[in-house]
Design a protein around this ligand. Structure first.
Ligand SMILES: *Cc1c(COP(=O)(O)O)cnc(C)c1O
Length: 519
């Protein structure tokens, strides 16, 4: 064994085969049962006062619980350890770059979390008198102001609770605007082939027929096809810009002109707004409605289906139909408008996602105008760095010209290697990285969509690219087994994703007594 200059032994040079552990644990990674399997039925983590002597069961009527409550009774350390061990079994943005394209998994400053927990925001109730929540209403109003300023549109509906919910809000506003003009013949929404699934789903949910717009060879909306499909039956187009191929729609103003000439509205899916904040105002491009995924562009961790917020900015033509409630400002301070004859209705019971509004507002104020713009520019720069480095080993879907905030590759380079996009992604898990978005957008064969976001340093980008290059080298060397069986080092191997999606088991049921006896 050799020594360092400080006398510490260096790693043994000889590679030793790893013996299987006796418990199945892998170092710090231990098998973790469900919290219900941990049980602790006979104890509790809290001390409850004894039932008062004068308590009469009759006071509760038939609400008296007669069966055990059915919750595990773990102590505080047991509970904490359970969740910490679980958290170590999954990937997290705090562990490494999280390259999911279209999802924008960026580091979200802890400052915003701190602000969202301020009791004046976190502990208020939506039914409190407005005189007691003036600060919260002011924050919603000021956030609305900056969203309108950044998008160049005159109105914003703050209440939608996710991007998809915002799409629904926008399409309902568009429907209301057509109806108000007595124009009830429009039954179709046009959507490009590369659109996110929520776009056609939203249109269909509202009752529209969905027609696809073709894409050009360079990954953009085919103007001739759009023009041919527009007509008096079209209520709206739904176009993402920058689009889901990570490309800016260069002809976006012409798209808007053609749409408006046909009497339809231009709904823009703003999920990729993080690529253009401070550089482009969608209002200047002719957009009539656009949702902003606050959780993608303006902070808030959103892995695992966490909270979202999808405020929708609206043009002057759509503004009158915005849903209630909305914040107003008069001589007596801030108020909530709960009834408005022209509003198409209401998206949710109260005022939207307050915690996310606070995070987005804190994010905006801490960055400032120059910082927000730089975040967009750095997101684009980082994606182009990845595109430039990885184009040497993978096949870019649209090689010509720069991309926006995400780099899209196809599986052309994997042809005849025996390795698929899915296999490659699973091998990335073994290397300690979360896979990129796979098989989306559907227009690109075996798509791999990589979005590094502005929060990654060059060193981190290089670490990621080194890993992809090393795996690509293994593909070229014919090391197929590394991919086919991957992941080998994760707590779970390949799962039956269809079964998991179609027949999710969301409820723990106590095993039958004979099953326990047989063990
Ligand atoms: C994320 C996303 C959506 C949906 O947004 P949610 O907040 O997840 O509902 C819609 N379109 C695109 C392009 C997206 O990336």
């Amino acid at each position: 064994m050799s020594m360092l200059s400080t006398g510490r032994p260096t790693r043994p040079e000889q590679v030793i085969t790893r013996p299987a552990t006796l418990t199945g644990a892998e170092g710090l990674l231990q098998h973790e049962p469900l919290i219900f399997e941990l049980g602790g039925w006979d104890k509790t983590g809290v001390d409850l006062p004894p039932v008062p002597a004068d308590f009469a069961e009759d006071d509760l009527g038939d609400l008296l619980r007669v069966e055990p409550i059915g919750l595990p009774g773990l102590s505080e350390p047991e509970t904490v350890r359970h969740y910490v061990r679980l958290s170590q079994q999954n990937h997290a943005i705090d562990l490494a770059l999280y390259p999911l394209g279209s999802c924008t998994m960026k580091h979200n400053p802890r400052l915003n979390e701190k602000m969202a927990r301020l009791p004046g925001f976190a502990d208020i109730h939506p039914l409190q008198p407005v005189s007691t929540v003036q600060g919260a209403l002011q924050l919603i109003d000021e956030l609305a102001h900056w969203l309108k300023t950044l998008t160049g549109l005159p109105a914003v509906a703050m209440t939608p609770k996710a991007g998809a919910h915002g799409e629904l809000c926008g399409i309902l506003a568009i429907t209301a605007a057509h109806r108000a003009k007595g124009d009830t013949a429009r039954d179709t929404v046009l959507v490009p082939t590369s659109a996110h699934g929520t776009n056609p789903a939203t249109a269909a949910f509202v009752g529209y027929k969905v027609q696809e717009i073709a894409q050009t060879a360079d990954g953009r909306v085919d103007l001739a096809d759009l023009e041919a499909k527009l007509g008096p039956h079209v209520a709206a187009i739904m176009v993402t810009n920058p689009n889901t191929c990570g490309l800016f729609e260069r002809e976006v103003r012409e798209i808007a002109r053609l749409t408006h000439a046909a009497g339809a509205f231009f709904y823009c899916d703003g999920a990729n707004f993080n690529a253009i904040v401070g550089r482009v105002r969608p209002g200047d491009l002719g957009v009539d409605a656009m949702h902003i995924n606050l959780h993608k562009t303006f902070s808030t961790p959103h892995g695992g289906g966490g909270p979202g917020a999808g405020p929708v900015v609206l043009s002057a033509a759509l503004a009158p139909f915005a849903p209630v409630p909305y914040v107003t400002h008069g001589p007596d301070g801030f108020d909530l408008c709960e009834a408005d004859a022209q509003a198409f209705g209401r998206m949710c019971a109260f005022n939207g996602q307050m915690g996310m509004f606070v995070r987005a507002y804190a994010y905006m104020l801490s960055h400032g105008a120059d910082g927000l713009r730089q975040a967009a520019e750095d997101a684009v720069l980082n994606a182009n760095y990845i595109k430039a480095r990885l184009s040497k080993v993978m096949s870019p879907a649209f090689p010509d010209g720069p991309c926006m905030h995400e780099a899209l590759f196809d599986d052309h380079w994997l042809e005849d290697t025996g390795v698929t996009t899915l296999d490659f992604a699973k091998a990335m898990i073994d290397e300690g990285f979360h896979p990129m978005t796979m098989y989306f957008p559907l227009v690109v064969h075996g798509a791999m969509l990589i979005e590094p976001t502005e929060t990654e340093s060059k060193a981190e980008l290089d670490r990621f690219c080194d890993m992809v290059e090393a795996l690509a080298g293994a593909v070229r060397a014919g090391d197929v087994d590394r991919f086919k069986g991957a992941p080998f080092h994760a707590p779970r191997r390949r799962l039956d994703e269809t079964q998991a999606a179609r027949k999710p088991r969301l409820k723990w049921t106590e095993p039958a007594p004979q099953a326990i006896a047989a063990e």
